[in-house]
Write a protein that binds this ligand. Structure first.
Ligand code: ADP
Ligand code: MG
Length: 688
């Protein structure tokens, strides 16, 4: 629908509008022959509408050309074309020609075409015959000619009237048609507007639909991708489903088999339940009996330890270290016990050559033999495990609720620290008593948990130097410092003692104990740089508070286990010049000697059951007073150097131990009767 193109209907309408003046024209047309005389101007008026009509129609339209044209009309020249001019009939008289020429002049349209040619100005020939020129006297002839001419004009007027009438009819018809067409045009315009609106709406809808189609296509693409993925997934799932179905079948088969077995087992379970109930009763009985036996074991164990002696002394001689001089043969002897070499040694003999003593004849005096007997003697080849075996029973006593104290006594370098903490390098073979005792405690506590006992352990490690107490577990800024640790009662009226400012660390595994021993070693190392070899001039006290509880029976037990590495027992050489360093050393030695002799005195007072025990005479005995005496167990290791050069200090140590902790012969007697008691207990033990 091209808006620029004019529809034929509109074209017709336009033409009709142009012709409108024609509608008014008929009233002015001459309708009768008498009116012909009106003159040239009137004649032009008559012709004018016709001319206008013809011009208005322009190029021949279908409508215009469908009617027959009267010759007069064809003589009116078209303003637009020159070709119309030659068509003017030559018949037309001069007046008619003049009229036509006037019309052409007033139109002023088209190119300057000569409208009045000389030949066209000739008068019209009426009746096809041109009368010859009449003489002036032939008036009758002239009249006749004029009548003829008039007749011709009348005929012509008549024809024009008819034609006029025809044209009026045509015009009316055309007007009617134009009205109809106008109405139709309006309808069509309305229709067109509606169609256009519809088309616009349709266009819009089409646009929307196109966008929607694009969107849907896009979605379709996505959906297709999704569908493909889902299809793939579906395939995977189908395979999985098949596999699961197979497995399910297999499981069902197994289930059936299991159900069959289950029904068989159910009967068995019922009988087993009965059996279990019987076993539970038996177990409860056994537990009861076991508990009774455990209590009996504790009692007998303690009795055995008491019979062995609440105070025991072991002597340990360290091996000669690489680079040290080999002692002369027979310098130290370890005679066998009464039962021969299989008996663990309990005696030690030391040969001493005294150069100062000589015979009168000048021959050197024979070496003096010094014999000592102890609860047990460990020759240089004894391993750490062998030593621990002997004290494991005491560790058990601590778990049973009896305080235990184990000391290492001897000169510096005799092997005290080696015995207590172990050798260097963390080799498990050379682990000392402290880590071994702790491991043993943890494992026994674990076993006893099966019987309803719950144990907890809290460790502390302090050093007593020159009668001042220092925390070896101090951390941070307190590390290596002297500290203001004091020994105090835990509370008013309490028997329990505690060291103020010292760390008490709960431990539950070997690793934690290892960490504590390492920390103590570091603390001692820091102190060593400040004061020369202070560790050998101080007592190191490792204390472990053991607490046990049997919640089911409302039983409790608590006891401390003390492992003490004493300060070197050597004396100061009296021949040494007393410089400022030596004076300090002398003060240290006096403090050590004082505390060691107080320890000896305390032990002696305890073994003699004296009413006064001088605990308060030293920090060491004061700190350990709850672990000494009464039912407490005490063990002293006397560490001896195997070197001949240390013979004097070795003798001193051995004498100190014999004097302070001399084993009464009665104990040995009791020991044998205790063994008989243990044998009895073993017989009564339930068979596991
Ligand atoms: P103390 O603590 O009495 O001064 P140490 O325990 O430091 O003496 O021992 C001194 C040296 O002897 C250390 O090098 C130690 O490793 C070594 N030592 C002590 N006893 C033994 C032993 N039984 N076996 C092997 N080496 C030992
Ligand atoms: Mg030491």
């Amino acid at each position: 629908m091209e808006p620029q193109q004019r529809s034929p209907l509109l074209e017709v309408k336009g033409n009709l509008e142009l012709k409108r003046p024609l509608v008014k024209a008929p009233s002015r047309l001459p309708l009768s022959g008498s009116s012909f005389k009106r003159g040239r101007d009137q004649m032009e008026d008559v012709l004018e509408p016709e001319k206008k009509r013809t011009r208005g129609l322009g190029t021949a339209t279908k409508f215009a050309t469908s009617h027959h044209r009267a010759p007069v009309l064809t003589t009116v020249p078209q303003a637009q074309g020159q070709t119309a001019a030659p068509k003017v009939p030559k018949k037309t008289g001069p007046r008619c020609s003049t009229a036509v020429a006037t019309v052409l002049k007033t139109q002023k349209a088209g190119p300057a075409v000569p409208a009045q040619k000389p030949d066209t100005a000739a008068p019209p020939k009426l009746g096809g015959k041109k009368p010859g020129k009449r003489p002036a006297w032939d008036l009758k002839g002239q009249l006749c000619d004029r009548n003829e001419e008039l007749k011709c004009y009348r005929e012509r007027t008549q024809t024009l009237d008819q034609e006029n009438q025809q044209l009026r009819d045509q015009l009316r018809e055309a007007q009617q048609q134009a009205t109809a067409l106008g109405a139709e045009r309006k309808t069509l315009e309305g229709e067109l507007a509606r169609v256009r609106a519809q088309a616009e709406q349709g266009q819009q809808e089409l646009g929307n639909l196109s966008a929607r189609v694009l969107e849907l296509e896009e979605r379709l693409g996505t959906q297709e991708g999704l569908v493909q993925e889902l299809q793939k997934e579906q395939l995977g799932l189908q395979a999985e489903r098949r596999e699961l179905a197979t497995r399910l079948e297999e499981q069902e088969r197994r289930l059936q088999a299991s159900e069959a077995a289950l029904s068989g087992s159910q009967a068995e379970v019922a009988s087993l339940r009965q059996e279990a109930a019987a076993q539970a009763t038996l177990l409860a009985e056994r537990e009861e009996r076991l508990h009774g036996l455990e209590m009996e074991r504790r009692r007998l164990h303690n009795q055995l330890q008491e019979l062995k002696g609440n105070i025991r002394v072991f002597c340990r001689v360290r091996p000669v270290l690489p680079g040290e001089p080999t002692p002369p043969p027979g310098f130290l002897l370890f005679p066998s016990g009464p039962a021969g070499p299989s008996d663990p040694p309990t005696h030690l003999s030391l040969l001493r050559c005294d150069e100062r003593r000589g015979t009168l004849s000048g021959v050197p005096a024979p070496p003096t033999r010094h014999d000592f007997s102890f609860d047990r003697v460990f020759p240089p080849g004894s391993g750490q495990d062998e030593v621990f075996e002997e004290i494991a029973m005491l560790v058990q006593s601590a778990l049973d609720g009896y305080p235990v104290c184990i000391f290492a006594y001897g000169q510096t370098g005799s092997g005290k620290t080696f015995t207590m903490e172990g050798g260097p390098g963390g080799d498990p073979q050379v682990e000392g008593l402290i880590p071994r005792a702790l491991r043993h405690l943890f494992s026994v506590a674990q076993e006893l948990s099966g019987q309803g006992w719950t144990y907890s352990f809290v460790a502390s490690y302090v050093e007593i130097y020159n009668e001042t107490v220092r925390d070896l577990l101090a951390t941070g800024t307190r590390k290596g410092q002297g500290g203001e640790c004091e020994i105090r009662r835990a509370g008013p009226g309490s028997e329990e003692l505690t060291v103020t400012n010292a760390r008490y660390v709960p431990v539950s595994c070997e690793k934690e104990v290892e960490t504590l021993l390492l920390l103590a070693r570091q603390n001692r190392a820091v102190a060593r740089t400040a004061q020369n070899e202070r560790s050998s001039r101080s007592h190191s006290v490792f204390q472990l508070q053991i607490s046990g509880e049997h919640a089911g029976r409302g039983l409790q037990c608590a006891a401390p286990l003390n492992l003490v590495d004493l300060a070197g027992s050597e004396r100061l050489d009296p021949g040494l010049a007393l410089g400022p360093g030596e004076r300090e050393r002398l003060r240290e030695t006096q403090a050590i000697n004082s505390s060691l002799s107080t320890l000896g005195l305390v032990i002696m007072a305890l073994s003699n059951k004296e009413s006064h025990v001088p605990y308060r005479n030293s920090k060491l005995t004061y700190l350990l007073q709850n672990s000494l005496g009464g039912s407490a167990k005490m063990l002293m290791f006397v560490n001896i150097s195997p070197l001949e050069e240390n013979v004097s200090e070795s003798l001193n140590s051995l004498r100190f131990a014999s004097k302070s902790f001399g084993v009464p012969t009665q104990i040995i007697k009791n020991y044998h009767s205790a063994l008989a008691g243990v044998a009895q207990w073993i017989e009564r033990r339930p068979a596991d």
